[in-house]
Design a protein around this ligand. Structure first.
Ligand SMILES: Nc1ncnc2c1ncn2[C@@H]1O[C@H](COP(=O)(O)OP(=O)(O)OP(=O)(O)O)[C@@H](O)[C@H]1O
Ligand SMILES: [Mg+2]
Length: 565
């Protein structure tokens, strides 16, 4: 049997004092605290103040019977849990049934059997205690669950917020990617495609491989470029030495173009798992511009050098040209005296030669000196036209047809000498250009001179044609000949300064170099097409109203005021 606890209180409600006494005795002896009441009303009040642990309730009482007391107890949220045992006569079966219906848990029968009373009280107190303990545990567990639920709710809301932020960051990143015109791809640390822009989609579409998210990037590229794949793998392994790697290759969709593939590694740290951003840029134009700039620099440097040398050579050439006629004159005066000496004394040596031989040689020597000095002068004058200070344009409204007309006037004699078939077609409605008319005339003169010089006989033709492309806003001058043509191996060199195939006939190789420089200063370009034995076409294209270099603008009709600063 279970031992009682001093703290446990048994309330007895019975209108028969003898019953109360008997029960009090039994329970006291057992060690319970006992509170006794003769009426239900006073017992209820006391129970509210100090709830007992078990109640023994007599059924038959005068004011309020046991069932009513029990029903009242069951309406109170605290008292309703206290076990109620009814006190009933052994024979009263109906009472017992009602007792359970009213909420009683058990009953003790009169006359009281000490053992039975104690057993029932002990059992119900135990049950009550266990019940309370269980309820406490349930309450505790429920509180824990509520707390866990609350934490979970908070975690979910934090996660939701983070997901929203992530989503908006992803959208922001995508819009940044889309804002960049070149193909851009973001890879994760395992080289899988995480993000790409529309340009990248179009690029890989054109390359025939396509691109999809989460695909292994090196699988996409492997069919096209092994070098890039190797570099990517090294980068992923952390082997690559440079933080940013630039690779150049022929463009996948168009092998005529050059593209640069740049790899920007993203450092791996607590907030990012690392990765790589790939940018593919078409650098064909950039490369062409830098080549052009290198060529322009070369020409400017050469121009400065040439101007200095030309100046230095000009003076001695001038002296030679001035003194050669004087020596000729001296020779003419001295010759009769020497002839007389020859007649009376016979031939005599002068330096390494005999006088009779020298007499034949000297006029040819003097003429050679004079023509060579003249060639020096001609080269010097062309070189001066090539000098750096001539990079300045004197701009004014220029009619391209007038430029061609003026050039033909200058070349009239040579045209007649070289061909019987010279044709000019002037384009109609060509707007005037803002340009340096004199320099453009120099270009046309050079092109016509070359065309004429290329003709093997007078039956071959030369055509000059001007035209205007209103859509592109460009003016063109075409000079076409039926000359000897240019071998393919030489075509890339004809614009180089001093490149000439006409040294024997006095060519300087500066005509095309100067022409190209002038056209570039006007922001235009010269294209050449040629077939050996069939002829060549030179096409000069000039944009309307665009010019480069230092420019001086002159109002229309004041071309007589021209001057180069
Ligand atoms: N219409 C053409 N037909 C064939 N070859 C040409 C033609 N125009 C230019 N060339 C080639 O380009 C070279 C360079 O031309 P460029 O005008 O610069 O010098 P050049 O004519 O040789 O000398 P210069 O202009 O001083 O008389 C020429 O020597 C020639 O080989
Ligand atoms: Mg020439």
């Amino acid at each position: 049997m279970k031992k009682t606890t001093a703290a446990e209180t048994v309330m007895i409600v019975d209108d028969t004092p003898a019953n109360l006494r008997c029960l009090q005795e039994i329970l006291h002896l057992r060690g319970y605290r006992v509170v006794s009441f003769l009426q239900g009303e006073s017992a209820l009040r006391a129970a509210v103040k100090n709830p007992p642990d078990v109640i023994l309730l007599d059924i038959m009482m005068p004011d309020m019977n046991g069932f009513e007391v029990c029903e009242r107890l069951k309406t109170d949220p605290v008292l309703r849990r206290i076990p109620v045992l009814f006190i009933s006569a052994l024979s009263d079966r109906e009472d017992k049934t009602r007792a359970f219906a009213a909420g009683g848990v058990d009953y003790v029968t009169k006359p009281f059997d000490e053992q039975e009373v104690l057993t029932r009280i002990d059992t119900h107190l135990n049950l009550y205690r266990l019940n309370r303990e269980l309820e406490g545990m349930v309450e505790e567990r429920t509180a824990e669950l509520i707390e866990a639920n609350e934490t979970l709710k908070q975690e979910i809301s934090v996660r939701k917020r983070v997901e929203e932020q992530l989503c908006s960051h992803q959208l922001l990143l995508q819009s940044v990617f889309e804002g960049i015109a070149e193909p851009l791809i973001l890879l994760d640390g395992a080289l899988r495609v995480k993000l790409y822009n529309n340009s990248a989609a179009a690029y890989y579409q054109a390359a025939g491989t396509g691109i999809t998210r989460n695909e292994a990037f090196d699988a996409i590229e492997r069919r096209m470029d092994h070098e890039l794949c190797d570099t990517l793998r090294n980068l992923a392994k952390g082997v690559a030495c440079d933080p940013i790697v630039h690779l150049e290759r022929k463009a996948i969709a168009d092998p005529e173009r050059i593209e640069q593939v740049s790899l920007y590694p993203i450092e791996r740290n607590e907030s990012t798992a690392g990765g790589t951003i790939i940018r593919i840029a078409d650098i064909t134009e950039e490369r062409r511009r830098s080549q052009e700039m290198a060529q322009a620099d070369k020409l400017i440097a050469l121009g400065t050098l040439v101007a200095g040398v030309a100046h230095e050579i000009n003076n001695p050439a001038h002296v030679i040209l001035l003194n050669t006629p004087a020596i000729s004159e001296v020779w003419q005066h001295i010759q009769p005296i020497l002839d007389e000496h020859l007649a009376s004394n016979g031939d005599f040596p002068v330096g390494n030669l005999l006088y009779s031989e020298l007499k034949q040689e000297v006029p040819a020597l003097l003429s050679d000196i004079e023509s060579s000095a003249n060639r020096i002068k001609r080269i010097v004058s062309v070189l001066k036209g090539y000098s750096a200070k001539n990079n300045n344009l004197v701009l004014a409204p220029v009619d391209i047809n007038t430029v061609v007309e003026d050039a033909m006037l200058l070349m009239g004699h040579r045209i007649k000498k070289s061909t019987g078939r010279f044709h000019v077609a002037y384009g109609q409605g060509i707007p005037s250009l803002t340009a340096d008319g004199q320099k453009l005339e120099q270009v046309v003169v050079n092109l016509i001179a070359n065309a004429l010089e290329s003709l093997p006989d007078k039956n071959r033709a030369v055509w000059v044609e001007t035209s205007y492309d209103s859509e592109k806003q460009e003016v063109t001058i075409d000079v076409r000949d039926e000359g000897i043509g240019i071998p393919p191996a030489l075509i890339s060199r004809i614009m180089d300064p001093f490149f000439t195939t006409k040294k024997a006939t006095g060519g300087t190789g500066l005509g095309m170099a100067i022409a190209e420089q002038i056209i570039k200063l006007h922001h235009g370009h010269i294209e050449v097409a040629s077939e050996e034995g069939a002829g060549s076409t030179f096409k000069v294209t000039l944009p309307l109203s665009r010019s480069r270099g230092k420019a001086i603008f002159l109002p229309a009709g004041k071309e007589s005021n021209r001057g180069v600063l």
